[in-house]
Design a protein. Structure first.
Length: 243
């Protein structure tokens, strides 16, 4: 019996990452849940996924520290084999009007949300190619990267950069049967949205509600399925009709 394909999910302990990890675990993948600071949440999630019958482990690093990330991932691959799939989900915000935005807030968001894509994905590409088994890369962008959000120039720029990187990488890897796609959530029920004026926001959404992490995870699950093997270089919005 062949081992389950390995999938790395960055930021796996957060709301959307947690839902994606559970979905892909239920779909039969061996999950590696990356975390930076929240070890307890990642450990608890790993135990839950194992209890459901799927394989799950954790891996800790700061996605913005390129040399550390490369060393940790190379050691992980040497010990356990290449990843067949990657979900780039780790991200942060540091909101504020651009005229008053500090250099630190700009760099911090770019370092995690955009540089993290390079730091994580680049070391994993050639091991994935050498599997000769195709593969899946799903990048979690945002509606902000498509439309821009006031007060989020840094976040919008980083998420737009992820869309461009996804589209270019998809072309490079298409002949290897490795698909690369973006999922761009709109307003989703997570810790990041609980402090917002939700009634006002819901009125702007054609669906008149926020989405759920599980609805985002369902789209990622489809992109990891055999039926999505010919779907690459796309940006799929999960936004209730906002775009």
């Amino acid at each position: 019996m062949n081992p389950a394909p390995r999938v790395l999910i960055t930021g796996g302990g957060g709301g959307i990452g947690r839902a994606i990890a559970r979905r892909l675990g239920a779909d039969g993948f061996a999950i590696t849940i990356h975390y930076h600071r929240n070890e307890s949440a990642a450990t608890k999630l790993t135990e839950q996924i194992r209890a459901s019958g799927a394989a799950a482990t954790t891996l800790a690093f700061d996605v913005g520290e390129g040399e550390t990330v490369r060393a940790r991932l190379e050691a992980e691959i040497n010990a356990h084999g290449a990843y067949w799939g990657i979900v780039v989900n780790a991200g942060i915000t540091a909101d504020g009007l651009f005229a008053a935005m500090s250099p630190g807030d700009w760099r911090r968001v770019m370092r995690t949300d955009l540089d993290g894509f390079y730091n994580v994905v680049q070391p994993l590409i050639m091991p994935m190619v050498r599997l000769h088994a195709g593969g899946r890369i799903v990048v979690i962008s945002s509606l902000a990267g498509q439309t821009g959000n006031p007060g989020q120039v840094n976040y919008s720029a980083a998420k737009a950069g992820l869309i461009g990187a996804t589209k270019a990488l998809a072309v490079e890897l298409a002949s290897r049967a490795i698909t690369v796609n973006c999922v761009a959530p709109g307003l989703i029920e997570t810790d990041m949205t609980r402090e917002l004026a939700l009634d006002e926001l819901k009125a702007r959404i054609p669906a008149r509600r926020l989405g759920t992490p599980e609805e985002v995870a369902a789209v990622v699950g489809f992109l990891f399925s055999p039926g999505a093997a010919y779907l690459t270089r796309q940006v799929i919005g999960v936004n209730g009709g906002l775009l």
